[in-house]
Design a protein around this ligand. Structure first.
Ligand code: ACM
Ligand code: ZN
Length: 772
C-alpha cells in the first residue's frame, strides 16, 4: 500500500514538473552563477531603501564589512559599518560559525535574507567572501529596491578550481595580473596557475641567476609575422620585446590573491619549453649552443635542459628555492610537457646518466629528472605538479597530474591513486575559438564554444566512485601565442569562465544550460560595469546545414547560443536578390545561393556570417576515397558534396584530411550526365602542416567502370606564402555525358627546407568536389 502511494505521489510530482518546469526553474532559482548547492525562497523581501547597518566579525578588522558596504554602494544603496550597538533598522551580520560545519566545509557559507536582517555564516573567510559574491549578484538583479528572501546553503563541488595564464608567449603587465585575479574571484576560482617560463620568455626575477631576466625575458620583436613563421633571431638583432616580474611584484600578486582565497601556483617549466633559460645559460643544454630566445613558435622542442649534467639540477634546485620562498603554494608546477628527447639521445652525459641509473630509454630519463625534482620539492614540504607527460617512464611519488592531452592521463593517474586536475584540450583550452572563426580574431585553432565548456564533466564516467575522489577539479588553460594584449585575454576567457565556474562549483545534478542562459545576463552586466572585454561570440549566428540528397536541397537552420532579439538574413541566388528578412523557420536551399545573416541584441548587430551554397550535379552524391581520410579529420557523410566549401579553418569539420602523398576520390552520377567542369577545393595552411597537392588528374567514365584521363593540372598556383588560403581547382573535360568521375591528387614536391615539416609527412585537405 505504502509503495503504491509513493508511486502515485511521484507520478503527481512528475506531472506537476512537466507542466510547470520552465516557469518554476526561472522563478525559484537565484540569479547567481555558479548556482548555489541549495536554496529556497521565503516570503517577503529585504528593503534596500533605508540605510543598512553592516556588522562584520571582530577578527576581520573591518575588511569584509567594507567589502559589503562597497557592494551596496555599487548598486546605488547606502550601507554603513556598525559595531552592533545601534539596533533596529536594516542590518547585515557576517559571522564565523562557532563550531565547524562540515557540510559547507572550508569554502561554503549560509546566507539568509529576511525582511529586516541578512545573516551570513561560514567556517572561513573564504566562505564569507563567497557569500558576499552571491549577495552582490542578488543585489544586481534586485528589482523594486527589494532583495528577495533567499535562504542559501552553498559550497563547492571541487576543491581545485583553476585558471591558468601564459605570460611567456606574451608578457602581461602586473596591473593586468591583479585584474585577472579579480576575475578569478568573481567566478570563485581558487587557483591561479601562473605559467612563468616558456621558450619565448622567462618572466620571474631570480637573484642567483640574473641573466634569466636580463637575457631570457627579452626577444626580437617579430610581431608583424605569423607566430609559427618567425625564424630564430640572429645574435645581433635588438631584443626589445618582453618583460618580467620583480620579486616585489610577485609578493604583491601572491598577497592580493591570498586575500581573495586564491592560491598562486607558479609553473617553472622543465626539461623543455626553456629556450629562454638556455639563452641565458647555454651550458645547461646538452649541446651548449646558444639559440637565443625564439621570437615565435618552435616545434619540435629539442633544445632542452641536459639531464646528464649535475649543473642542471644544481641550477633548478637553486631556482626552486627562490620560487618556494616567493610562493607559499603547497603545489609547485614543473611543466614536463612536450620534451623532444633528440638531444638527450646523442648526448654523452645523458647516455652516461642512463647507464649509471639503469634507465632503459629517454622516457625513463625524463622520469628520473622529474622524480629527482619531486624529491627535492618534497624535502621542502611541497608537492610536484606536472602535465600528463610526467606519467611517461613512471610517475614521481605523490605527484599531481594535470591531464591536458585529453582525459587519458588523468584517468590513468587516478587509477594509480594520484590526484588529478583535468584540463583536456577539448573543453578547457580557452585559446581555442569560441565562435565561427571567420568572424573571430585569429586563434590557435580548436573549437570550444560556451555550451561545450558548460557541458564539461571533470569526473570521467569510466572511473569508479573511489577513483573519482582523486579528481580534485579542473582548470582552463590560457596560452597566449595569439593573445598579445590583456584585452584579448579577457575576450578569450569571458564568458567561458562563467561556464567553467558552474561546472566546478555547482552540484552536477543541477547543471542545466537553459537555466545558465537565464542567469548569465546578470553576470554580463557585471562584466560591463567593470569594463571587461567579454566575447560576444555566443550571440553570433550559427548556420547549421543538413544535406537532403533526394530533394537536392540544403536545409539551413540559423541559431544563436544565447537568446537574441532577432536573427536577420538575406539570400542572393540565380536572378534574385532578396531584401533582409527576420528568420523564423529553417531555409530550404534548392539552387546556388549566397546567404548572409546576423543577430540583433539590444539594438546592436552581431558580425555578418556568410555562406555560399552551390547546388551542382555532384551535390549529395556519395564519394569513395582512397585512402580514407584521417580519423582526426574525417569530414562528414556528405562534406565533399554538400554544396559548401570548407573555410580557412582546417578544423571546421568540412575538410577531409589526408596524411599521405596521394588521394583518389570517385563518385557516380547513377546515369549519364552532361559535365562541363569539375572542381575541387583544397586548403593551404603551412602553419598547420597542410599543403596543396602538386598535381591533379581528372578521369571520366561513360560506363561507370572504366575511366580515362580527362584533364590534368600540374603545378598549382604559387604557394610561396604562409597565409592560409582555400583553392578551388577547376578542370574542363571533353564535352560529353559521363556516368562517373574520379579525381587523383598528388604531392610530389618537397616541403620547403625552412618548414619544420621538411622531410616529414604533411597533410592534404579537401572539401568540395563539384560538377557543373
Ligand atoms: C600544453 O598545452 N603543452 C600543456
Ligand atoms: Zn645531455
Amino acid at each position: 500500500m505504502k509503495i503504491i502511494l509513493r508511486t502515485l505521489r511521484q507520478r503527481f510530482v512528475q506531472l506537476w514538473l512537466f507542466c510547470f518546469l520552465p516557469l518554476a526553474l526561472g522563478a525559484t532559482q537565484p540569479p547567481v552563477i555558479p548556482l548555489p548547492a541549495s536554496y529556497s525562497l521565503g516570503e517577503g523581501c529585504f528593503g534596500l531603501q533605508k540605510p543598512i547597518g553592516v556588522l562584520g566579525p571582530d577578527s576581520d578588522k573591518g575588511a569584509l564589512t567594507q567589502m559589503v558596504v562597497n557592494l551596496f554602494a555599487e548598486s546605488g544603496y547606502h550601507a554603513f559599518a556598525t559595531d552592533g550597538r545601534i539596533l533596529g533598522g536594516q542590518t547585515l551580520r557576517l559571522s564565523y560559525l562557532t563550531e565547524f560545519d562540515s557540510l559547507i566545509g572550508n569554502e561554503g557559507y549560509h546566507l539568509h535574507i529576511g525582511s529586516s536582517e541578512i545573516r551570513i555564516l561560514a567556517n572561513s573567510n573564504a566562505g564569507l567572501q563567497y557569500a558576499i559574491n552571491t549577495l552582490g549578484q542578488l543585489l544586481r538583479a534586485a528589482a523594486n529596491d527589494c532583495l528577495s528572501a533567499w535562504s542559501i546553503t552553498d559550497y563547492p563541488r571541487f576543491s581545485y578550481r583553476g585558471m591558468h595564464l601564459d605570460v611567456s608567449r606574451h608578457f602581461m603587465p602586473v596591473a593586468f595580473i591583479f585584474r585577472y585575479l579579480d576575475l578569478l574571484a568573481m567566478h570563485r576560482m581558487n587557483t591561479f596557475h601562473w605559467h612563468l617560463v616558456d621558450d619565448q620568455g622567462w618572466r620571474l626575477q631570480i637573484d642567483r641567476y640574473p641573466l634569466l631576466t636580463e637575457v631570457g625575458a627579452w626577444r626580437e620583436d617579430r610581431s608583424h609575422e605569423h607566430w609559427n613563421h618567425r625564424p630564430l633571431s640572429s645574435p645581433e638583432a635588438p631584443k626589445t620585446y618582453g618583460g618580467f616580474y620583480t620579486k616585489d611584484e610577485v609578493r604583491q600578486v601572491v598577497a592580493y590573491a591570498q586575500a581573495r582565497n586564491i592560491t598562486v601556483i607558479p609553473e617553472i617549466e622543465m626539461p623543455a619549453h626553456v629556450m629562454s633559460a638556455l639563452a641565458a645559460y647555454p651550458g645547461l643544454s646538452c649541446t651548449g649552443k646558444n639559440l637565443g630566445v625564439p621570437p615565435g613558435g618552435v616545434w619540435p622542442i629539442t633544445h632542452i635542459y641536459c639531464a646528464g649534467k649535475e649543473e642542471t639540477f644544481e641550477f633548478l634546485e637553486n631556482v626552486l628555492l627562490e620560487v618556494m620562498e616567493l610562493f607559499p603554494s603547497p603545489l609547485i608546477h614543473i611543466g614536463g610537457d612536450e620534451a623532444d628527447k633528440t638531444e638527450w639521445k646523442s648526448c654523452e652525459l645523458c647516455q652516461a646518466r642512463m647507464a649509471a641509473e639503469n634507465l632503459p630509454d629517454v622516457h625513463a630519463l625524463q622520469s628520473y629528472f622529474i622524480r629527482r625534482i619531486g624529491a627535492f620539492l618534497a624535502s621542502h614540504g611541497r608537492r610536484l605538479m606536472g602535465w600528463d607527460e610526467i606519467l611517461e617512464g613512471g610517475l614521481a611519488e605523490n605527484a599531481i597530474v594535470m591531464s591536458w592531452r585529453g582525459e587519458e592521463g588523468g584517468i590513468q593517474a587516478a587509477r594509480m591513486q594520484h590526484h588529478v586536475v583535468m584540463t583536456p584540450g577539448s573543453h578547457c583550452y580557452f585559446d581555442h575559438y569560441q565562435g565561427d572563426p571567420s568572424t573571430e580574431p585569429l586563434a590557435i585553432g580548436g573549437f570550444t564554444p560556451l555550451d561545450k565548456v558548460y557541458a564539461y564533466e571533470p569526473e570521467p564516467a569510466e572511473l569508479t566512485p573511489e577513483e573519482k575522489t582523486y579528481i580534485i577539479g579542473a582548470q582552463a588553460n590560457v596560452w597566449t601565442e595569439y593573445m598579445p594584449v590583456p584585452a584579448h585575454v579577457e575576450y578569450m576567457v569571458l564568458p567561458r569562465m562563467a561556464a567553467l565556474s558552474e561546472v566546478l562549483w555547482s552540484p552536477a545534478q543541477s547543471r542545466n544550460w537553459e537555466s545558465f542562459v537565464r542567469r548569465l545576463p546578470h553576470l554580463i552586466r557585471n562584466y560591463e560595469a567593470h569594463g571587461y572585454n567579454y566575447a560576444r561570440s555566443a550571440w553570433k549566428v550559427q548556420a547549421t546545414e543538413e544535406v537532403l540528397p533526394e530533394a537536392r536541397q540544403i536545409k539551413v537552420s540559423l541559431t544563436t547560443l544565447l537568446p537574441v532579439d532577432s536573427i536577420v538574413f538575406r539570400t542572393e541566388g540565380k536572378g534574385s536578390g532578396n531584401s533582409p528578412q527576420v528568420y523564423r523557420n529553417p531555409l530550404m536551399i534548392g539552387q546556388s545561393t549566397k546567404l548572409q545573416a546576423y543577430a540583433v541584441v539590444n539594438g546592436t548587430s552581431t558580425p555578418v556570417v556568410e555562406r555560399n551554397y552551390h547546388i551542382h550535379k555532384a551535390f549529395g552524391l556519395q564519394v569513395e576515397q582512397q585512402p580514407t581520410p584521417s580519423k582526426r579529420y574525417p569530414g562528414t557523410a556528405y562534406s565533399l558534396t554538400d554544396g559548401i566549401e570548407g573555410s580557412r579553418w582546417f578544423a571546421d569539420g568540412r575538410w577531409s584530411g589526408i596524411l599521405d602523398d596521394h588521394w583518389q576520390a570517385s563518385l557516380s552520377f547513377g546515369k549519364a550526365t552532361r559535365v562541363k567542369q569539375i572542381g575541387l577545393t583544397a586548403l593551404h595552411d603551412p602553419a598547420s602542416w597542410i599543403f596543396l597537392p602538386d598535381s591533379l588528374v581528372v578521369y571520366v567514365s561513360k560506363n561507370g567502370r572504366t575511366f580515362r584521363p580527362a584533364g590534368h593540372l600540374k603545378s598549382v598556383p604559387s604557394t610561396n606564402t604562409n597565409e592560409v588560403s582555400t583553392h578551388r581547382f577547376v578542370l574542363y573535360p571533353a564535352p560529353g555525358r559521363y556516368k562517373a568521375i574520379r579525381i587523383g591528387a598528388f604531392r610530389t614536391a618537397d616541403i620547403p627546407a625552412t618548414h619544420p615539416g621538411h622531410g616529414e609527412k604533411v597533410w592534404m585537405f579537401f572539401s568540395e568536389i563539384t560538377a557543373d
